[in-house]
Structure formats: structure tokens, C-alpha cells
Design a protein around this ligand. Structure first.
Ligand code: SF4
Ligand code: SF4
Ligand code: SF4
Length: 337
């Protein structure tokens, strides 16, 4: 980089909802400082950039890439590999990229099951000829192509090496700014770090906690919670006990249990497993029957425990591998593996 050249910044989205793009703008007028400090070389959500322009760059020419979204298709993976090659520092920005998040919930089903339901079995589908998406379709004008659709959703670091993680669905503006400041000052934490706090949401929550003994769970509509007492103490599911701090306990502030979007705290790989063990320790139960009776009051436990971290779940990957090794033949063939 020439002495007075600005650092080059790329922002990209893969399998995402677009919320992380908006989150970048949540730094408000400071976005002007970002625009002044960086040479923004890629930001498809905001400006028209072409892949060939990125391909033409030298390896490592981009100083920092903020990559949001999970990896679901060949196209997502191609961009992840391309940007990894062209970037000195790769940041998994947001929960989809770092944990898999809501797109990752699709991993409860495999590709065949999803295609079967979405294009054939869903009550709102009218598809009498059973037409399924194809990677290539011949039309008079030429061949239309779709990227290969992966069997499971992966996180960015399951596809390419990542230097930093900025969790949250989406990340709070203060951590986006902290990342920008660290990049500009060169005061970066060790590679592999999560940019944020190491403690849990409970540590930022002002509700009064006592020794928990949960005898049943309530849905949010079933009770009006006391605004000062820990939600979990009142039987409302709250993942704050096993979720990284950084949002200021936003959801408990408004009488909602934390759902876990900041991912697990330091040193925990399988967020759901940690949450299961945390919740298990506060159940008022001595026998398996009593545990099951309490869990029966928690609808969709898999969704509660793994809403944001299913692709990183060690337990789930083991199960998927077992299922795949037991498969004799796939019922329908759609797109490549
Ligand atoms: S982390 Fe949340 S806000 Fe960001 S792209 Fe994923 S779903 Fe959207
Ligand atoms: S409400 Fe949730 S975040 Fe707050 S103290 Fe209780 S478990 Fe922790
Ligand atoms: S309280 Fe939990 S779900 Fe809500 S923003 Fe914070 S980490 Fe995310």
C-alpha cells in the first residue's frame, strides 16, 4: 500500500437476510468517517461492483473484508474463497457468518427434504408436473444456470480461515465501530478473537437473580413477567446464561428472554450443548420422568437451544454423518453435492 493510500475495505453478503448490511449503517453519521478512512472496493448491497474486478486484484490487496451471511451455495463458497484470497484480514460479521444463525436452522433437514417440501409437498405449491430446480436450464436465449445448493449450511470458518468474529444478529453498532477503530489504529487482537466481551448476557442484565428451580416453562404470552426479576426464575426461557455479552442485555430489558444471538461465551464451541447443560442445572427435577415433564412445557427445544448455532454443533454434525452413512439411495436428485 502506498504511504498515503487508504486501506481497502470490502463488504460482502452470502446467505443472509440483509440485516447485517443495515447494521453497518447503524453506526449513523460515523459511516462518513468509514467512507473517508477506507477505499471501499466492494459492497454489492450499496454499489455496483463486478466479480471480475475483484478477481483482477492482487492477492491480499484488500486490507479487510467484513463478510456477513452463511455458506449455503456454490456461489457463496466461491465468493468466500475469492475474498479470502484477496483479503489480508477476514472478519465473520454477524451471527450467520460466525455461527450459522437462522439460515443454519435449515440443517435440521437435508437438501432433498427441503426441495421435496418447498417444490412438491407444501400446501401452497401448485406444481403438477413436479418441476424441480436444475443447475442448468436451456432456454432459447442460451443456458440459464443456478449455483449448486449445498446439503447443509456452513459457517464462514467451516469454508475458509477467518481472523476475527463479530457476533450478533445483527452486531450492535458499538462493536462495528470497535472493529473499525481497531483496524484503523492497527491495534488488532490476536487472530481468532471475537471482537466483543467475554462475559455473558446475564452479567449485563439488571434483573435480580436467585437460586433457580424451574418446575415448568411458560410461553411469553402466558404470563406477564415481573420487570425486575430474572426471566428464567419466572419460567421464561432465557439463553442469557450461556450467551456472550455485548448487546447490553437488550431483550431482557423489554421482557423478552435472550435467544442467544451473540453466540456462546469464550471457550465454548457448541453453544446449544452449553445452553442445554446450563438449563439442565436449574431444573427442579430428580428423575428422568420429571425432567421430561418440564421439557414438555418447552415447545421446539431444538430451536430454542440451537436457534443461532446449529452449523457449529458438534452433536448435530455427528448425527448428520451417521444419517448420511446409513443412507441407501436419495429419493430425488436435484443438484450436485
Ligand atoms: S446475522 Fe441476523 S441480521 Fe445478520 S444477516 Fe444473519 S439473520 Fe440477518
Ligand atoms: S433474565 Fe436472562 S439474562 Fe437476565 S439474569 Fe435472567 S437468565 Fe440472565
Ligand atoms: S439479549 Fe440475547 S438475543 Fe437479545 S440481542 Fe442480546 S444476545 Fe441477542
Amino acid at each position: 500500500m502506498a504511504a498515503n493510500a487508504k486501506p481497502k475495505l470490502a463488504l460482502y453478503w452470502a446467505a443472509s437476510c440483509g440485516g447485517c448490511e443495515i447494521a453497518v449503517l447503524a453506526i449513523h453519521e460515523k459511516i462518513l468517517d468509514v467512507a473517508a478512512a477506507f477505499d471501499i472496493v466492494l459492497w454489492p448491497c450499496v454499489m455496483d461492483f463486478k466479480k471480475k474486478d475483484v478477481e483482477a486484484m492482487a492477492d491480499g490487496e484488500i486490507d479487510v473484508c467484513l463478510f456477513n451471511g452463511a455458506i449455503r451455495t456454490d456461489e457463496n463458497a466461491e465468493w468466500a474463497h475469492l475474498l479470502r484470497k484477496k483479503s489480508k484480514v477476514m472478519v465473520a460479521y454477524g451471527s450467520c457468518s460466525s455461527e450459522g444463525c437462522i439460515p443454519g436452522l435449515a440443517n435440521f433437514k437435508d437438501r432433498q427434504q427441503m426441495m421435496q417440501f418447498i417444490y412438491l409437498d407444501s400446501p401452497s405449491v401448485d406444481n403438477p408436473e413436479g418441476i424441480l430446480p436444475q443447475m442448468e436450464t436451456q432456454v432459447p436465449e442460451g443456458v440459464l444456470t443456478l449455483p449448486g445448493f449445498w446439503n447443509t449450511v456452513k459457517t464462514l470458518d467451516q469454508v475458509v480461515p477467518v481472523e476475527y468474529y463479530l457476533p450478533g444478529c445483527p452486531p450492535e453498532a458499538e462493536w462495528t465501530l470497535a472493529a473499525v477503530d481497531a483496524i484503523l489504529s492497527g491495534n488488532l487482537p490476536p487472530a481468532g478473537s471475537v471482537i466483543g466481551l467475554a462475559s455473558t448476557v446475564c452479567d449485563q442484565c439488571t434483573r435480580t437473580r436467585s437460586e433457580k428451580k424451574i418446575s415448568r416453562f411458560y410461553r411469553p404470552y402466558e404470563i406477564i413477567p415481573d420487570p425486575d426479576i430474572c426471566l428464567l426464575d419466572q419460567g421464561l426461557f432465557c439463553a442469557g446464561i450461556a450467551t456472550r455479552a455485548g448487546c447490553g442485555a437488550l431483550c431482557p430489558q423489554v421482557n423478552r428472554g435472550c435467544e442467544g444471538c451473540y453466540g456462546p461465551p469464550e471457550g465454548v464451541e457448541d453453544a446449544g450443548a452449553r445452553l442445554i447443560s446450563g438449563i439442565a442445572s436449574v431444573l427442579d427435577a430428580d428423575t428422568l420422568e420429571e425432567i421430561n415433564a418440564i421439557l414438555d412445557t418447552l415447545p421446539d427445544p431444538a430451536g430454542y437451544f440451537y436457534r443461532f448455532g446449529l452449523p457449529h454443533s458438534i452433536m448435530h454434525r455427528v448425527r448428520l454423518e451417521q444419517q448420511n452413512s446409513n443412507k441407501v439411495a436419495a429419493p430425488i436428485s436435484l443438484v450436485k453435492d
